[in-house]
Design a protein around this ligand. Structure first.
Ligand code: PEP
Ligand code: MG
Length: 583
């Protein structure tokens, strides 16, 4: 029997098999008490001392730089922090915790911090909180050092087959590790439509969330299984369970290989009506994971990740270089660059985001760009500069009013001067923009619907909040009707319209959207082949009828099951059709 067989929420499909790795997320939570498993206490102490040495060297570096720049007085704090780390009593304690209590080094440091906290709790008066912080901060640096050394070690060994286990599925967690071949992700928290989830799907990493305390339950290096379609996670799997999972993963891979040839063909329905399938990407690195030939171009390049991965705002040249490399990979095909969409759960380390009570409804997306126009003008300049390398289209996130579009167009014309500006489109994510679409679309060059946010705002449900996740219903007829209205409005105005939200990459969603009149779907690369294969098995007229029936339902579950039944039926046909090439 496995150590734990747990049910959570499905976030990204596929079967993942690998060794557990629980990165140390310093400051996010207490380090759980973990005992040594395969490591001896001598090796563990060596690892701890090496991290301790690096933390001290780091502090010494900062101390001497501060002395030079600001003087000895300002640098004194670092001397005090070094002294905290050199306390012989603390060292004796740590050695005992590792040797006698067999705690892993990270847990031993946490136990030491708990001891400090306990001591100060009983003291009267004074600035107790600050005293604890003075002792805690340097030791947290040691934990951080332990974590990054462990990260290097984990990915140095063959790298494949690692299941990442963490408390929260944040965008930075996924992007921090996405260059490594992760086999799966299991988290306690993280909504299905959160940005972390969007990224996990985009990288094709089987992911499950909603398993309370999983980071504390898991043991480093144990075999874990991630069933992304069912939302199931197995910790400490038996060899029989592992074998079965390997068989399922292999079967899946074979179907995908069999569909690979189809992915290169343009998307169309059974009777030949074209449905353009584009891809959503976040970074030029994504291009290592799929062949751009499978898509009609990029329907959504989320430029914020180029900002999130750096220590400071990228310069115009740095941005242009990133944009150009994507354009070159897609040759003549269009690449839709969405301008910076930060705020909410997408934060820049180097930018002091204001504290807002309701950040999703606050200062994010285009609102921020229009206020920080210097930043916006830099991005527009980089995009205009990159135009020499391909077909640049600019997409504005979080449009609420037509005036925002007008202001953005003015700024773009300042950048291009007398030259022809690149096409500028709007994202429909705010219900007001959907209802005023006729006015907005007339002045835009194209429209792209962000269903992830549109559903969030339509249902007044935070897409990241597990407490209200049940009410986040992209398949609710209210949302389906708004989507159908958007498609009809744009088609009547002959305005190109697409959907780049997650629904477009789900089979029931793709069926509905194609039937509702969206001629372009932009989806995460791993789903391109599946969506094309399913659309190819159904006529445009059947799709229209199906979409109308779904929109006429009264509840989300009715509409979803109607679409799901059809998606399952078509998918079964697709799998059946590949069986010949697999046998
Ligand atoms: C959306 O909101 O649907 C969208 C595509 O943008 P993001 O998920 O990045 O907010
Ligand atoms: Mg959005």
């Amino acid at each position: 029997m496995a150590r734990f067989d747990l049910q959570g929420s499905p976030v990204s499909p596929g079967v993942g098999i690998g060794r557990a790795w629980i990165p140390v997320e310093v400051g996010l939570h207490r380090i759980p008490e973990r005992k040594l498993v395969s490591e001896t206490s001598e090796v563990a102490i060596d690892r701890l001392m090496a991290a301790h040495k690096r933390a001290i060297e780091d502090l010494q570096r900062i101390q001497s730089a501060t002395t030079q720049e600001l003087g000895i007085q300002d640098a004194a704090i670092y001397g005090a922090q070094i002294a905290v780390l050199q306390d012989p009593d603390a060292h004796r304690n740590l050695e005992r915790l590792v040797h006698e209590e067999k705690l892993q080094p990270e847990s031993a440091v946490q136990a030491l911090l708990d001891k400090f906290e306990g001591l100060f709790k009983n003291l009267e008066g004074g600035d107790r909180k600050n005293w604890v912080a003075d002792l805690r901060d340097p030791w947290l640096a040691v934990i951080r050092e332990l974590g990054s050394a462990e990260e290097d070690r984990v990915f140095e060994s063959d790298g494949s087959g690692i299941v990442l286990i963490a408390e929260e599925l944040t965008p930075s967690l996924v992007t921090r590790h996405h260059r490594h071949p992760l086999a799966g992700i299991i988290c306690s928290r993280g909504g299905r439509f959160s940005h972390g989830a969007v990224l996990a799907r985009s990288f094709g990493i089987p992911t499950v969330t909603g398993i309370e305390g999983v980071h504390a339950k898991a043991e480093s290096e144990e075999t874990c299984l991630v069933y992304g379609d069912e939302g199931r996670a197995v910790l400490g799997a038996t060899s029989k369970q592992e074998k079965r999972a390997l068989g399922l993963a292999e079967e899946r891979r074979q179907v995908q290989n069999a569909l690979a040839a189809l992915a290169i063909e343009p998307g169309r329905t059974e009777d030949g009506a074209p449905i353009s399938i584009m891809v959503n990407i976040e970074s030029p690195n994504d291009l290592r994971m799929f062949d751009p030939g499978i898509s009609a171009g990029v329907g959504l390049f989320r430029t914020e990740f180029a900002y999130m991965e750096r220590p400071a705002f990228p310069t115009v040249e740095e941005q242009a270089k990133i944009y150009e490399s994507v354009l070159e990979s897609f040759e003549e095909k269009p690449v839709v660059f969405r301008t910076l969409d930060i705020g909410g759960d997408k934060q820049l380390r180097y930018f002091g985001h204001p504290k807002e009570n309701n950040p999703a409804m606050g200062w994010r997306g285009l609102r921020l760009s229009l206020e920080w126009q210097d930043l916006f003008l830099m991005q527009l300049s980089a995009l205009v500069q990159a135009r020499k390398h391909g077909d640049v289209r600019i997409l504005l996130p979080m449009i609420t009013t037509v005036e925002e579009l007008r202001r953005s167009k003015e700024l773009l014309s300042q950048v291009v001067g007398k030259a022809e500006p690149p096409p500028m489109g709007v994202m429909v994510e705010v219900p007001a923009a959907a209802m005023a679409l006729r006015d907005i679309a007339q002045e835009a060059d194209f429209v792209s619907v962000g269903t992830n946010d549109l559903a969030q705002y339509l249902f007044a449900v935070d897409r990241d909040n597990p407490w209200v996740a049940d009410l986040y219903q992209p398949y609710h007829p209210a949302h389906l009707r708004v989507l159908r209205y958007i498609a009809r409005t744009c088609n009547a105005l002959h305005k190109p319209v697409s959907v780049c939200g997650e629904m477009a990459g789900q089979l029931p969603g793709a069926l509905f959207l194609a039937g509702a009149g969206f001629g372009t779907l932009s989806i995460a690369p791993p789903f391109v082949a599946e969506v094309k294969a399913v659309l190819q098995r159904v006529s445009a007229d059947s799709l229209r009828q199906l979409a109308n029936r779904a929109a006429a339902c009264h509840t989300s579950s009715d509409a979803l099951s109607l679409l799901q039944v059809e998606a399952d039926r078509l998918w079964a046909e697709v799998v059946e059709s590949t069986s010949e090439s697999r046998s």
